[in-house]
Design a protein around this ligand. Structure first.
Ligand code: E4P
Length: 218
């Protein structure tokens, strides 16, 4: 499973990328707004930190403008993945960009049928939003499972299932169990994933016992 981090905070990206655990980054207009920076500047900077796919979302909703914006974003760096919304103009934009060799992440996916359309449009990634479905009382993970099993029926679909709107570590475990190709996680969730009280307790004991030996490895 690949891990993308879901943030436009360059300091966070730099710190987490240094762990070697980050395969890509996703941003969206809300995250760009939170960063307080210009999208072209921040996306270029992120692309230079993480070599994997960096999702940058268009700001328009009509085909012509989305296509022009997508081409501009894609021209920034080879590792940009253009993010478009799951609408007919978005899918049309996806098809044209994919035919031009640009990776596209079709976002705001909330149903299996929407995911099938994204795959048919040549998307590199489709992003089902797990947490936002949970928020309205639907099972976001059920959607991940449905999409993974549908895509498995059609080997010609090369679209990767990118579990998005991840809110806590259990979402990551479940997405991995179901076979999602990628999970995009907020930095806080990635940090939570490493934690376990028995790890801390065990380490404290080992350190205390190691001190008693009076040895040094270096
Ligand atoms: C990822 O591509 C999405 O933009 C993101 O995961 C949305 O998460 P949210 O529902 O927590 O805003």
């Amino acid at each position: 499973m690949k891990f993308f981090i879901d943030t436009a905070d360059v300091a966070e990206i730099r710190e987490l990328a240094a762990t070697g655990l980050v395969d890509g980054v996703t941003t969206n207009p809300s995250l760009i707004a939170k960063s307080g920076r210009k999208i072209l500047d921040v996306i270029a900077e992120i692309c230079d930190i993480v070599p994997g796919p960096i999702s940058a979302e268009v700001g328009a909703t009509d085909f012509d403008t989305m296509l022009a914006e997508g081409r501009k974003l894609a021209a920034l760096r080879p590792n940009v993945a253009v993010k478009v919304p799951l609408t007919f103009p978005g899918l049309k934009t996806c098809k044209v960009l994919a035919d031009e060799g640009v990776r596209v992440n079709v976002t705001l996916c909330f149903s299996a049928n929407q995911a099938i359309l994204a795959a048919k449009a040549g998307a590199a990634f489709v992003s089902p939003f797990v947490g936002r479905l949970d928020d309205i009382g639907q099972d976001g993970m059920e959607l991940i499972g449905d999409i993974v099993s549908i895509f498995d029926n059609y080997p010609a679909f090369t679209t990767e299932v990118l579990a998005a709107s991840i809110r806590h570590p259990m979402h990551v475990t479940e997405a991995a169990r179901l076979g999602a190709h990628v999970a995009t996680v907020p930095p806080s969730v990635l940090r939570q994933m490493v934690q376990h009280p028995l790890t801390d307790k065990g380490l404290a004991t080992f350190l205390a016992d190691w001190q008693k030996t009076g040895q040094a490895i270096l």
